[in-house]
Design a binder for this molecule. Structure first.
Ligand code: BGC
Ligand code: BGC
Length: 820
């Protein structure tokens, strides 16, 4: 086996194990299971915590006490107190186990308005400063402690290998060595050094290395996709961060949504138990990801012994129906489906972490030294660390004629929609999960990039004009254009290629225009990943990647200007920890590739004064298909990757169509010709009971963009025999999570009419009334489509379908039928 044995700085402690033995001996099965269940704060009451002996809770991205975005530290602590007291209520004679609360402080406590938000991890990678990472961990821990929370779901130690992945910015580097150098430091910062009295004291929190394992290595960079690296590669690349995290004494590891060779990590006994626990020697707890156990084959969110048996210790189960999972798990332990020894081991690990964290000895959150102290949230000394991180993370890609650093005593024009845009600056996991839907008022105390430029210019007696569109009253000496990606997070941030297409060419046009007016142009590019920006590079004299700098945008101004006396207080120093592409589809592209030909290599980053030979004539042509993300093709002569066809009959007989025909109890499907050989499918329902045919994928597709942009589901259909019962067109997002729309009349009217195109506006699909409405808030449904085209009927029906796609700007008033 390739995996190393790792030695943690936190040593086994016989006395502590003895305490665990005593506690375990007093606990009932129900009390044990309570420790293994982690509901979301919106789905659990203090009474539930008492009744179900709940061991931990989480708040998801954007989830806040009382749904109040502007909750103060005291409001967080008050809720934490209620949970604490419910767990501590001894009136039922149960043994006392303190509760803990976990949150996603992935670049500072993003869920708290006014918190210090650090540059995202990709930017921190560019600083190449592990000691700074440790400080960031410390500051983050203090702000978490201020809201009464004990546990951080961070650091992400993913080694992102395909930059189309929407979580690339959560990764420090494509190079495992750097991730290894950082992960342990972040753990040390958050938890305190494992061999000192700082360790998990009241100013530190439990850290989580996530997502174990291979999250950054999925095929095509698809979030929650499949990693098919061999085991040695999995260890060498994706295991690197876990090694230093475990050495530093990390107490928690989060299982990943992704699969390894088709098997979901949440159910992967070899990787969770044999590798992580038995071989690498991790003795803390393994927590699941957001209902992630429900994707294990044969399991569901509410019924999943598989995960516990594989080595998961805590179910993260935001599902409102988590009590069913509780009951099922109790039963499975009682009946031996889950061996008692395994349950005891899970609880032992949880208790070990709680004991090490001193939770048993702690009074309620509001009595803890940092809790409720609003002045710690976004404290000046915390922001100073973030500002330093901003300064050190900037990467200079182009500096024609040494345009940078700029003199601040000239006439400066600031333009672009990123200059005064805290949402873009902060990126995902900022106030909201995806970082969308925020405005400046959600970032009190923060500074924009414009703020920093204004300060620098103002202090030196220069002049500044700001206009987003680059118009000006008086011709400037230099233009600084701040532009780039809008915020995103997991799933929604996945892209098909690396073409920068955020503004449909508007930013490029702005740069070109200013250039044409004879103004030297500095581009400040906000991004969560390397993107193909050859056109924008050509149209800029200087080009700085500022990543997503977080709440301290003013740090950018510190670096791009000289002091008034011409000295350079903060020379630029960032270096790429992700290779920059030469083409939009140069993916994956990583240091060490056999034919490694990036535009800018790993480690690239100019210093001031260095000679830059890049020039203005990088190739600008690209394949038009890269623009085509207005549509998601699903079936075109064949199912389009990653889709496949499945059928399901009335006896739950589900088959995947692999050849050119497939059959179940109530439906059969064959490949037939429309224009060319086997470019369509014929589906025949026999009326024996409900049958369905679906275009399906294991990798959830992001639909929200289509929904919000007047999207429609289009398909070509030829109905040869009219439906004898109702026909449902279904969007499916997993077991029992469907949105059903009846289309019987449409199909009846089309019978015998030959091929026709049916266009169904996505907004017609009902959000509630089906099971998914209970499981997920309706708007989330559209992040998670697995089966964007499903036809269901219990009656008889004979039809053919060929072209299927989801397309923006295609929706009309209602369902429309046109010739094709
Ligand atoms: C993410 C995790 C996160 C969890 C809780 C999941 O969807 O993958 O990184 O910790 O949600 O918010
Ligand atoms: C939650 C996130 C979570 C995500 C998973 C969101 O609603 O707020 O924390 O990571 O769902 O799908």
């Amino acid at each position: 086996m390739p995996w190393p044995k790792v030695t943690s700085v936190v040593k086994p402690d016989a006395n502590l194990e003895k305490r665990i033995d005593d506690l375990l001996a007093q606990m009932s099965v129900a009390e044990k299971v309570g420790q293994m269940i982690q509901p979301e704060i919106k789905q659990v009451t203090p009474q539930d915590i008492k009744d179900y002996h709940i061991g931990s809770v989480l708040n998801g991205g954007g989830s806040v006490p009382d749904n109040n975005r502007y909750a103060k530290a005291a409001d967080w602590v008050a809720l934490a107190d209620r949970f604490f007291e419910a767990a501590a209520d001894g009136s039922d004679g149960k043994v006392y186990i303190p509760i803990m609360w976990g949150t996603d402080a992935v670049h500072g406590v993003g869920n708290v308005v006014g918190a210090t938000l650090f540059p995202h991890n990709i930017a921190l990678g560019a600083t190449d400063n592990p000691e700074l990472i440790r400080q960031i961990g410390e500051v983050t821990a203090r702000e978490i402690a201020a809201i009464g929370i004990d546990w951080d779901f961070s650091p992400t130690v993913a080694v992102a290998r395909d930059d189309r992945w929407g979580r690339t910015y959560e990764s420090y580097a494509e190079d495992p060595e750097l991730v290894r150098a950082y992960a342990g430091k972040m753990v040390e910062g958050l938890q305190g050094a494992g061999d000192t009295s700082d360790f998990l004291n009241q100013t530190h929190v439990i850290a989580t290395a996530k997502h174990f394992i291979g999250d950054g290595g999925t095929i095509n960079g698809i979030d929650r996709g499949d990693c098919i690296d061999d085991e040695q590669t999995l260890c060498d690349i994706h295991g690197a961060g876990y090694i230093s995290a475990i050495e530093a004494g990390v107490q928690s590891v989060m299982a990943s949504f992704n699969s390894w060779h088709g098997e979901k990590l949440h159910g992967h006994q070899h990787l969770l138990t044999t590798v992580l626990k038995d071989t690498m020697g991790f003795d803390g707890l393994v927590v699941g990801d957001w209902n992630g156990h429900g994707f294990i084959e044969g399991a569901s969110v509410l019924d999943c012994p598989h995960a516990i048996n594989a080595g998961l210790d805590i179910f993260m189960v935001p599902d409102p129906d988590w009590k069913t999972l509780f009951t099922n798990t109790v039963e499975q332990i009682n009946s031996g489906v889950i061996p008692m020894a395994r349950a005891d081991d899970a609880v032992r690990r949880i208790l070990r972490v709680k004991l090490r964290a001193g939770l048993f000895e702690r009074d309620k959150p509001s009595c803890r030294p940092l809790a409720g102290r609003d002045e710690l949230i976004g404290a000046p000394e915390h922001r100073a660390v973030a500002r330093q991180a901003v300064r050190e993370s900037l990467v200079l890609l182009k500096n024609k004629n040494n345009l940078l650093p700029l003199s601040p005593s000239q006439r400066v024009l600031v333009a672009g929609d990123g200059a005064e845009n805290l949402s873009k600056q902060a990126g995902g996991w900022s106030v909201t999960w995806q970082g969308t839907g925020t405005s400046r008022r959600d970032f009190p105390g923060a500074s924009s990039v414009l703020d920093g430029i204004r300060d620098a210019v103002g202090a030196a007696g220069g002049e500044l004009e700001f206009s987003e569109d680059g118009s000006y009253q008086q011709k400037p000496d230099v233009a600084i254009v701040v532009w780039g990606e809008a915020p995103y997070a997991e799933m929604q941030g996945d892209v098909q290629n690396l073409l920068y297409k955020e503004s449909a060419g508007r930013d490029w046009a702005l740069l070109q225009r200013l250039r044409a007016e004879g103004i030297p142009v500095v581009s400040l590019f906000i991004t969560g990943r390397p993107l193909w920006v050859n056109r924008e590079l050509n149209a800029s004299d200087a080009f700085v990647v500022i990543w997503q700098p977080g709440s301290e945008g003013a740090g950018v101004g510190d670096v791009i200007f000289t002091a008034a006396d011409g000295s350079v207080p903060h020379p630029i120093k960032g270096k790429l920890t992700f290779s920059w592409p030469r083409d939009p589809d140069q993916v994956p592209l990583n240091l060490g590739d056999a034919d490694y030909e990036p535009l800018f290599a790993y480690g690239y980053g100019l210093r001031y004064g260095e000679v830059d030979t890049l020039g203005d004539d990088l190739p600008e042509a690209y394949d038009a298909r890269f623009e085509a993300s207005d549509a998601m093709p699903i079936f075109n002569r064949r199912p389009i990757e990653p889709f496949g066809i499945v059928l399901e009959g009335c006896r739950n007989d589900r088959v995947t169509m692999t050849g050119n025909s497939a059959q179940t109890t109530s439906i059969s499907v064959t490949a037939v010709d429309r224009e060319v050989q086997e470019d369509a499918r014929r589906a025949v329902w026999n009326g024996a009971g409900e049958g369905l045919v679906a275009l399906t994928t294991r990798d959830r597709q992001v639909m929200v963009d289509y929904l919000e942009n007047n999207g429609a589901l289009l398909f070509d259909v030829k109905v040869d025999r009219a439906p004898s019962a109702a026909v449902i067109l279904r969007l499916g997002c997993g077991p029992n999570s469907n949105s059903d729309l009846e289309i019987t009349d449409t199909l009846t009217n089309l019978t015998g009419q030959g091929w026709a195109r049916v266009t169904v506006p996505l907004r017609l699909f009902p959000d509630v009334g089906s099971d998914f409405g209970l499981v997920l808030p309706p708007e989330e449904f559209f992040y998670r489509i697995l089966e964007p085209f499903t036809l269901v009927t219990s009656g008889e029906l004979d039809l053919r379908f060929s072209y299927v796609e989801v397309k923006k700007a295609a929706a009309g008033e209602g369902i429309e039928v046109s010739a094709c």
